[in-house]
Design a protein. Structure first.
Length: 244
């Protein structure tokens, strides 16, 4: 089946001031918000939010409103540092079955093909929480030579059910030592980093500190979402990408 990308709007990232384009993949619930640096960066960070993956990017009064999910609320950091930044979104909830499916890989490849046509030459997939299921699975299924590495933040313990030795690209883990979410325990993330045994390079960054949580332990404004230490987590990502 041939998918066609359609740009549905040119909008403003609310509260940030970066112009971007919202694209969709017809026939799916997926959309993605592309914010380019100026001039266009040939390196793109593709962000896969957590939760059910839905409504992290919303249209309100001709503006884009972003969720508080960690990699969504910090997306402007990557733009400011000169990277093309892409937020993957859905109009309906994404199941874990979809996140690890070949269908997801086909849909995301269409998105990567369009970004390549725009001039992007290097991709890094960045997931947080449930988004790490998508990213880890994609790293095993995609054969795009432009994919240069993946970044897993607040990794789901259920990733251990995947065939992790199939991941060959470089991998960065970023995890808060005090993550209290029962689905993303720190000790399990450490085990996952050992299980990615065939990757050409695996790096693990511990994050500590932050502010008292304002949400539950599996939600964005807690240690799970690097609340109060966003700069530490994002700088770890930026440093690693620049070194690869």
């Amino acid at each position: 089946m041939k998918y066609v990308i359609s740009a549905v709007a040119v909008l403003l990232m609310m509260g940030v001031g970066y112009a971007g384009e919202l694209h969709s993949v017809p026939g799916t619930s997926l959309s993605y918000y592309v914010v380019n640096s100026s001039p266009l960066s040939k390196t793109a960070l593709i962000l896969f939010p957590g939760g059910d993956g839905a409504d992290h990017v919303k249209l309100e009064s001709a503006q884009v409103k972003l969720s508080k999910n960690f990699i969504v609320r910090t997306a402007d950091t990557y733009v400011r540092n000169g990277f093309t930044t892409v937020i993957v979104n859905s109009s309906r909830a994404l199941t874990d079955t979809y996140r690890v499916s070949t269908d997801q890989a086909k849909h995301i490849q269409v998105m990567l093909d369009e970004l390549t046509r725009m001039g992007v030459e290097r991709f890094y997939l960045v997931g947080t929480s449930r988004g790490t299921l998508s990213v880890a699975s994609l790293a095993m299924k995609l054969t795009d030579p432009h994919l240069k590495g993946i970044i897993l933040t607040s990794s789901m313990a259920s990733i251990s059910r995947l065939d992790l030795p199939r991941i060959k690209v470089p991998v960065l883990f970023v995890h808060h030592v005090d993550d209290k979410c029962n689905q993303t325990p720190y000790r399990e993330a450490k085990d996952l980093s050992q299980a990615v045994s065939k990757s050409v390079k695996v790096t693990f960054v511990d994050v500590t500190g932050g502010l008292p949580p304002q949400t539950g332990p599996c939600q964005a404004l807690s240690a799970h979402g690097f609340f109060g230490v966003e700069d530490t987590a994002t700088q770890a990502i930026l440093t690693w990408v620049r070194g690869n």
